[in-house]
Design a binder for this molecule. Structure first.
Ligand code: PMP
Length: 450
């Protein structure tokens, strides 16, 4: 490893960080992580903390998952790469597709299309949704609907369905034909509705209204995260996603579940679709599929969509889409090992148990600190603390407030993530009850320091 001074001096000089203003990197030194064990990371100065971010919602099995490391090493020795473009395949990707088919069978998802990450998976689902309609002779169905506050990645298609101006404005004009409806965000919503069940109904009505306004025959798909993640961990009322599914079915609109965060146990259920009891037409996955150790993703495809593509012989179903790294054998080997470990350790149940402890602890912090306006979570290990400057008016906090909490929490033993006014927690699903307490006491120190 290069020494600490070299790393600190050269970071901003040599690279641009995603989701960061270059001028900010020049002024503020990032935390330079140089090692990790279990659920803990170590920085360049030797400070070790519990990673309450879990990498970036992806290191579900922690940093010491030996079977995944071994699978990657073994695959590099056997077949480090081969493409699966027309005319070739590789053994690992076939094995993985079979495993995924079994894993996603309860969600009605029966085929896999492989990608290099979450944005790729979203792009793939958006494109295949349009193609599905074209194969069926409904070529006018080209528009996409999504939720405000949703996050689907950064490719132009994904950014166009994103519901947050931060990821859009600088890159406009985006894809035409993308429209957004209000998210079922109980703490703040345009209806001033505080009852989650009633709010879900209002948002569903907004979806019906938008479909009527656009014309159902012009809409290809509706895309949503089963629990909004980057937008601030916003779990909808249980009636919401089934309601969306019903509306989509009624109007012939495909439902894309963006499960990049929620698949593989994070919510306390194996998938977000299963959490809410829906059967989407596509599920976009990435992140935890390889525990963050290899860039990889998969779009799972529903039975009805698969049927339409597979029965067409006119040429319209030829997939003119794919990535050099679609079906990468090293990623596939990592994913096979990961899926086996995920199920062997039954991480969804630990996510639910540790998540409940974390949630209770965060609510206790909320009763202690005025700066905490809202605590969200309650489904596995994904939580957000929304900061306010005044609880009664819910006025936004000073921009620096969440950063101050983060800094002190880090010194006190836990890495947490700041996103706008939110502190986001998405630790590894192999977290222990003791780790939960470390995170809570670090946050307590962070808020106490305000
Ligand atoms: N969809 C969701 C729900 C995500 O959370 C993310 C990443 N945070 C993406 C898509 C994009 O994934 P990636 O960063 O791997 O491209």
């Amino acid at each position: 490893m290069k020494d600490a001074n070299f790393l600190k001096a050269n970071n901003a000089r040599s690279l641009w960080h995603p989701m960061t203003a270059p001028s900010d990197s020049l002024k503020n030194q990032p935390t330079i992580v140089t090692g990790a064990q279990g659920v803990r990371i170590t920085d360049v100065d030797g400070h070790e903390v519990v990673d309450a971010v879990g990498g970036l919602w992806n290191v579900n099995l922690g940093y010491s998952c030996q079977p995944v490391k071994d699978a990657i090493a073994a695959q590099l020795d056997t077949l480090p790469y081969y493409s699966i473009f027309r005319g070739t395949s590789n053994d690992k990707v076939i094995e993985l597709a079979e495993e995924l088919r079994a894993f996603f069978a309860p969600d009605g998802l029966v085929r896999a299309f492989f990608t290099s990450g979450g944005s790729d998976s979203v792009e793939t689902a958006l494109r295949l949704a349009r193609q599905y309609h074209k194969i069926r002779g409904e070529g006018a169905r080209v528009k996409y609907l999504s939720l405000k506050k949703g996050y689907h990645g950064t490719h132009t298609g994904a950014a166009s369905v994103n519901g947050n101006a931060n990821f859009r404005t600088a890159y406009e004009p985006l894809l035409p034909g993308c429209f957004h409806i209000p998210a079922p965000y109980t703490y703040r919503n345009p209806f001033n509705e505080t009852d989650p069940a009633k709010l879900a109904q209002l948002c569903l009505q907004a979806l019906e209204d938008e479909i009527a306004f656009q014309g159902a025959g012009t809409i290809a798909a509706f895309i949503m995260e089963p629990i909004l993640g980057a937008g601030g961990v916003i779990p909808p009322h249980p009636s919401f996603m089934p309601g969306v599914e019903k509306i989509c079915r009624k109007h012939g609109i495909l439902l894309i579940a963006d499960e990049v965060i929620t698949a593989f146990g994070r919510t306390g259920a194996w998938t977000g679709a299963r959490l809410w009891g829906v059967k989407p037409d596509f599920a976009c996955t990435a992140k935890a599929i390889t525990n963050g150790y290899f860039p990889f993703g998969a779009v799972m495809i529903g039975e009805a969509v698969a049927e339409v593509f597979e029965s067409d012989e006119t040429g319209r179903a030829a997939i003119g889409h794919g990535y050099t790294y679609s079906g990468h054998p090293v990623g596939a080997a990592a994913a096979i090992a990961c899926l086996a470990e995920t199920q062997r350790l039954n991480v969804k149940d630990n996510a639910a148990a540790r998540g409940a402890e974390l949630h209770a602890g965060l609510l206790a912090l909320q009763s202690k600190y005025e700066a905490i306006g809202d605590v969200r979570g309650g489904h596995g290990l994904m939580h957000a603390i929304e900061l306010v400057s005044d609880r009664a008016s819910k006025a936004a906090p000073d921009k620096a407030t969440a950063g101050k909490v983060q800094k002190v929490a880090y010194e006190a033993g836990a890495m947490v993530r700041v996103s706008g006014p939110n502190i986001i927690l998405s630790p590894s699903l192999v977290l222990t009850a003791e780790d939960v307490q470390v995170i809570l006491s670090a946050l307590d120190a962070g808020f106490a320091a305000l």
